[in-house]
Design a protein around this ligand. Structure first.
Ligand code: ZN
Ligand code: ZN
Length: 252
């Protein structure tokens, strides 16, 4: 199993997970041109994508979908409410595959397990991908870590997780009005470095060895701060940060 983050941040999110001869695009929040350019630069022919999976309907996760689906025949997997909202925004050319939040689906030997996350979207989810003995968790926009989330991610070997903001940098930020800061740090907003660090420390005790941090705020976080906070005293966990403007390597 391997995966690549094509881009991550409030300017757009997308990643590709590959295992068992299947290729899944998770979210399509960059422009269709950026998505196809970055896929090609990473050795992925867009036509080879077997399915597109959506975490939720926010623009930074679906922006490129409408145009991309004119060029690709892959089905789009989403929860009932997410698919309804995205369809309503004009993405109607794709073939839709609806799964219940908490449900699983399979592509040959690659299985995908969804789980509900608290975020201010209609029906947001995270995913765990399993192939043979390998497993990879993907937890994007999430306000806080619920018991369900840590249970579902228990035992994953690798994890993509958002580390949106540093508490002090968010507090000190002068560009955002108080209401926006409240939304970001609320229980249905985004994860702080400290919240992500606590989750990673917990999962490190159940086999987590590789972490890619994503969705870093440009103003209220920085890769060094986020990586340092999440690494804490975990010598055994490898931690890198995904970038907004370019894909970040392939991770086996
Ligand atoms: Zn969101
Ligand atoms: Zn987002």
């Amino acid at each position: 199993m391997r995966f690549i983050v094509l881009g991550s941040g409030s300017g757009g999110n997308a990643a590709v997970v590959e295992a068992g001869g299947m290729r899944l695009l998770v979210d399509a929040g960059l422009s269709a041109k950026q998505l196809t350019d970055r896929m090609k630069a990473s050795g992925i022919e867009p036509a080879s994508i077997n399915a597109v999976l959506l975490t939720h309907e926010h623009g930074d996760h679906v922006r490129g979908l409408r145009v991309l689906m004119k060029q690709m025949a892959a089905p789009v997997y989403a929860t009932p409410s997410t698919s309804m909202v995205v369809r309503g925004s004009g993405v109607d050319t794709a073939s839709w595959k609806i799964f219940e939040s908490g449900g699983s689906f399979h592509f040959n030997g690659l299985s995908v397990h969804s789980f509900a996350v608290p975020h201010d979207a209609v029906e947001p989810v995270g995913f765990v991908f399993r192939h043979e003995e390998k497993s990879f968790g993907l937890l994007s926009d999430t306000g806080h870590v619920t018991k369900l989330i840590s249970e579902r991610l228990r035992g994953v070997g690798a994890l993509f997780v958002e580390a949106n903001y540093d508490d002090a940098l968010l507090e000190a930020d002068t560009k955002r009005p108080w209401s926006t800061k409240q939304r970001i740090s609320s229980r249905h907003g985004h994860l702080s470095n400290a919240q992500t660090a606590a989750l990673v420390a917990e999962l490190a005790t159940t086999g987590l060895r590789r972490v890619v941090l994503g969705h870093l705020s440009r103003d209220c976080n920085c890769p060094l701060t986020a990586a340092k906070a999440v690494r804490g005293s975990l010598a055994e966990v490898e931690i890198v940060c995904a970038e907004q403007d370019k894909p970040c390597g392939w991770w086996e």
